[in-house]
Design a protein around this ligand. Structure first.
Ligand code: PAF
Length: 285
């Protein structure tokens, strides 16, 4: 596996592969790989001839007071893990190469990026879209793989790709969970074992909502279900709900009732330090 830092080097590699008719997959990441990232890499490997994994802790998607400085980083560890998944290139640009002095362009997906995480993290999705757009230009992939844990991010990126006529297929990968049910996240490394137990309120909410949705076909009020979930989470010491919503999976607009395209989507703060998100499809089987 090749480690590339220079944007012009990855662009030249990608152009060469394109010239040979090879299919390129990109897996954009911020590093500190866990089993969720490795699953995205495996999916990319199955679908393409060349796999590029980008590793860049993107400063412009972090707000003031967020965990940019604390975000876990270990290039050597990530390099070994990516090599184990037969990744062709680990692309780790520097912040000054990505945002040289004078950089002033922003990509904004106006509506989809506004609510949910966008409401509590103003500017976050602008930062995500801007960096993803740059990574797509630099690596010229035929497809890019993203995890469904960041469900709003996936919807925003799909919209950006459609709106800007980008010739790249956006592939969503189902959430990978720890054995306990906790969704894999680099931010889980901030949690003690006891806090991880408390963070399981998110997974319990998912199981609760899935059970309620079974057989309820359009008769289950989304607002009532969200209130029940919020009440349950409130019982867990150290856990504070940022939002619990049931939305249409495409428009991300609030649903009145739970239906076939509904998605339960949540953000919870654990001990004020660690913001966790999770989501699930809710279908009335
Ligand atoms: O999901 C992430 O890790 C990041 O938001 C992404 C897509 C790599 C952009 O920095």
């Amino acid at each position: 596996m090749k480690l590339v830092h220079d944007p012009s080097e990855i662009a030249a590699l990608a152009a060469g592969w394109r010239g040979q008719g090879l299919k390129i997959a990109l897996v954009p990441t911020m590093g500190w790989f866990h089993a969720g990232h490795l699953a995205l890499m495996r999916q990319a490997r199955q679908k393409a001839d060349r796999v590029v994994v980008s590793l860049f802790v993107n400063p412009i998607q972090f707000g003031p007071g967020e965990d940019l400085a604390a975000y876990p980083r270990d290039l050597q560890r990530d390099r070994e893990l990516a090599a184990g998944e037969e990744v062709d290139v680990l692309y780790a640009p520097s912040a000054t190469d990505m945002y040289p002095p004078g950089f002033q362009t922003t990509i904004r997906v106006v509506e989809l990026g506004r609510g949910l995480c966008g409401a509590s993290r103003p500017g976050h999705f602008d930062g995500v879209c801007t960096v993803v757009m740059k990574l797509l230009h630099q690596t010229q992939p035929h497809l890019a793989v993203f995890g469904e844990k960041d469900f709003q991010q996936l919807a925003v990126i799909r919209r950006m790709v459609r709106d800007l006529d980008l010739a790249v297929d956006i592939v969503g990968h189902p959430i990978v969970r720890e054995a306990s049910g906790l969704a894999m996240s680099s931010r889980n490394s901030y949690l003690t074992e006891g806090e991880k137990e408390q963070a399981l309120c998110l997974h319990r909410a998912i199981l609760f909502a899935q059970e309620k949705a079974k057989g309820a076909a359009q008769s289950l009020s989304a607002a009532v279900l969200c209130c029940e979930i919020e009440d349950n989470i409130r019982q867990v010491p150290g856990c504070v709900v940022e939002y619990v919503e049931i939305v249409d999976a495409d428009s991300l607009e609030r649903c009145e009732t739970v239906g076939g395209n509904s998605r339960l989507i949540m953000a919870v703060k654990v001990h004020e330090r660690v913001r966790l998100i999770d989501n699930t499809r809710l279908c009335e089987v």
